[in-house]
Design a protein around this ligand. Structure first.
Ligand SMILES: C[S@@+](CC[C@H](N)C(=O)[O-])C[C@H]1O[C@@H](n2cnc3c(N)ncnc32)[C@H](O)[C@@H]1O
Length: 224
């Protein structure tokens, strides 16, 4: 069972995350364990304050080291990989999710807030992961995204065949999928998909994957 320990100032944000769909089933089937920790409880400040002004001046508050480092030290084991969420990190992608799913490691995911952490936090984490070139208010959504992307790749969490054609496998986007009705407001399902000819269907889907990837994500094809 893979353990995800999430260090956050907003543990309630994860309540629904645990209760639905694949994450709920993965927890029930003991494929993953989610441990949501409010690191404010590690603050020694009498008002449980965790943030402070930054040296040198500048807008916004910074999360100081003592409480977050105490939390990391409390939950870190020899088997932990400590992941810091930050827009300044390496962009997360499916290949990274797959690597993380295959490691024997458990994860500690650190969620920032305000203007982020005192920069010396880098001495206490193994990797810095970004969701992309945009800035969110906190690390909770990134932590959920990392947890979910990794969890669904852990063996037995979802049917293996559902993953075969998923976007980014073989550096291609998934093919277009259709269901009933065969015609909706004049929009028809491509006839080949109704033909029963499996070879033709496979060729159609492959061509569709290539055309879509070329149109929306030519960068994927270049890195092939
Ligand atoms: C408002 S952001 C801090 C942004 C920081 N001052 C900067 O400009 O790089 C607060 C927290 O949200 C999280 N966060 C925001 N955007 C993110 C992204 N693109 N990827 C991962 N985490 C992000 C991080 O945990 C970060 O510490």
């Amino acid at each position: 069972m893979k353990k995800f320990t999430i260090l956050t100032l907003f543990p309630d944000v994860f309540e629904n995350f645990k209760k639905f769909s694949i994450i709920k089933r993965a927890i029930a089937n003991k494929k993953i364990k989610l441990n949501i920790i409010d690191f404010r409880q590690f603050s020694k400040n009498k008002h449980k304050k965790v943030d402070d002004y930054q040296f040198g001046g500048g807008a916004g508050m910074i999360i100081a080291l003592p409480s977050i480092v105490a939390a990391i030290k409390k939950y870190k084991t020899k088997n932990s990989l400590v992941l810091l969420t930050s827009p300044q990190g390496k962009p997360f992608n499916q290949a990274k999710a797959s690597t993380l799913a295959k490691t024997k490691k458990d994860f500690i995911i650190v969620c920032g807030h305000y203007e982020g952490f005192d920069a010396r936090i880098l001495n206490y984490v193994d990797e810095v992961i970004s969701m992309g070139d945009f800035v969110l208010t906190g690390g909770e959504i990134p932590a959920m995204a990392i947890t979910e992307a990794v969890a669904r790749l852990i063996k037995g969490v979802i049917t293996d065949s559902s993953l075969d054609f998923e976007s980014f496998n073989n550096k291609l986007l998934d093919y277009d999928a259709y269901t009933r009705p065969v015609e909706f407001e004049g929009h028809k399902v491509p006839a080949v998909l109704l033909s029963g000819n499996h070879k033709k269907i496979a060729e159609f889907r492959k061509a569709n994957q290539l055309a879509k990837t070329k149109k929306y994500r030519p960068d994927l094809l270049k890195s092939k």
